[in-house]
Design a protein around this ligand. Structure first.
Ligand SMILES: [Zn+2]
Length: 465
């Protein structure tokens, strides 16, 4: 008998963690970090299962909400094998090292504040350190290419397909025997669309009895990519033409490389007004290097532009600013700067000081190119707050705010429906990874147009497959 219990990303979009038990074999699909409102503390709670009991961990992709608790899992006894694609393995390493650095900084600040209050005993140690992250990468990994199969004990087989979400992202197809019949359960991970800007698009699975599918944008339809590209270019051009600055809070993975690719195109086509472009994120600088390491994962057009001498993500107007001092120097540039910095949801990182310096000025534009979770500063700006607090200071929001949603790394309702339609003989669909009210809408849409049996997964409730 097989069962699935979700310990994260059940009626929420973060903390992905799903435990699949097939007979005596225990497979964890993702072990992500909780983020956003009240998320931080949840990461420190003990796992609701014994990490030393888990035999395999499948990592669908290297976003922190899918990998962020892997070092904790190992710290607390996991000794099994980790299954992922090569880019996921490499990207996870830079993401987790960066995360450990942030946790250390947060811990130092909290401890300093607590000491002043005389309350030092109540400060948590960091969730994990760089040493714990190194431990993750000294462990046994099994690297899979897309559609290559890995045999586990008890006739269980794991295959990964391209999820078209970020480089190396995968959906996991797990085959197992129940009596004489063979069954397949599929975990979507986060899925993109068949046509992405810089990476190869989403593959289909075709077979599958049970599907656990993400629902981030299950309630809506994105603007077409072409329209979004035009909107992006227009915002950039208009802002620079009025001598303003463009702030792009950007996720280090995928979105930054997409933005760089578009600016590169604009530069080559003489569409980019005279400006200086700053890539102001050490993590995004590292990630961009990895993106050029796997041209095979890039879309044909981008792959074509990749050679030893040329990177598709670089052009003469671009300056990278890895150090803190270089980042602060950008504040001296008064006009015609495009600043790409993390974090993508403005809940930390260098984008904070850029927002503090430039949000009050109506000539500037903040261009949001990614999803903003409830409870983040990014979400408050998008929702139209007139004032925001940054580093304890009230800042008036007078800059233009532009949200471009067609770049999403998550497929919209049409993409998700189309993907589900490609499965033959699907018996049951479970919704994960979404905000509760959006999931209801998505569930109804699936019932109406696909006539499938569909349920919304509850945290910690065991489901029999
Ligand atoms: Zn993701």
């Amino acid at each position: 008998m097989a069962t699935v219990t979700s310990y994260g990303a059940a009626k929420t979009v973060t903390g992905s963690c799903h435990l699949l038990k097939i007979g005596p074999i225990k497979i964890l699909v993702d072990c992500g970090m909780f983020q956003g409102d009240g998320g931080g503390k949840k990461n420190y709670l003990p796992f609701e299962f014994d990490p030393s009991d888990i035999d395999f961990l499948i990592i669908t992709h290297a976003h922190l909400d899918h990998i962020g608790r892997v070092p904790k899992l190992i710290k607390e006894g996991f000794e099994g094998k980790i299954i992922a694609t090569r880019p996921t393995h490499d990207i996870a390493k830079i993401m987790l090292l960066d995360s450990a650095k942030i946790l250390k900084e947060e811990y130092k600040t909290l401890r300093k504040k607590a000491r002043r209050r005389g309350d030092e005993a109540n400060v948590y140690e960091p969730l994990y350190t760089e040493d714990h992250v190194k431990e993750v990468f000294s462990k046994r990994w099994h690297i899979l290419e897309y559609f290559q199969t890995y045999k586990l004990p008890k006739k269980i087989k794991v295959t990964l397909g391209n999820a078209g979400h970020i480089m190396g992202s995968a959906f996991a197809m797990i085959d197992y025997a129940e009596g004489k019949t063979s069954k397949r359960v599929v975990f979507s991970g986060d899925i993109g669309s068949p046509h992405r800007l810089i990476i190869d698009g989403l593959d289909t699975s075709e077979e599958g009895d049970t599907l656990f599918i993400e629902s981030t944008y299950g309630d809506r339809v994105h603007k077409p990519l072409k329209e979004s590209i035009a909107e992006f270019k227009q915002s950039v051009i208009e802002t620079l033409q009025r001598d303003g600055n463009v702030l792009i809070p950007s996720f280090a993975l995928e979105r930054t490389q997409e933005v760089l690719w578009l600016l590169h195109e604009m530069y080559e086509d003489n569409e980019l007004p005279q400006c200086r472009v700053f890539l102001d994120s050490p993590l995004a600088i590292k990630a961009t290097k990895l993106y050029t390491k796997y041209p095979i994962h890039l879309s044909e057009e981008v792959e074509y532009k990749t050679s030893d001498e040329e990177s598709p993500f670089s052009f003469p107007a671009l300056e990278t600013t890895p150090t803190r001092d270089q980042s602060l120097m950008i504040n001296k540039v008064k006009q015609r700067a495009i600043i790409i910095a993390g974090s993508g949801m403005c809940n930390g990182g260098r984008i904070m000081h850029h927002l503090k310096h430039r949000l009050w000025n109506p000539n500037n534009t903040v261009v949001f190119v990614g999803f903003q979770v409830n409870g983040t500063l990014g979400r408050r700006i998008v929702d139209g707050d007139n004032f925001v607090k940054i580093y304890g200071e009230d800042i008036i929001v007078k800059a233009q705010v532009k949200t471009i949603n067609g770049f999403s790394a998550h497929g919209d309702q049409n993409d998700l429906m189309e993907w589900m339609r490609s499965f033959k003989n699907m018996k049951k669909i479970y919704l994960i990874h979404g905000e509760a009210e959006k999931m209801e809408l998505f569930a109804n849409a699936i019932k109406t147009s696909l006539k499938h049996d569909v349920s919304i997964v509850e945290h910690g409730i065991k489901i029999e497959l």
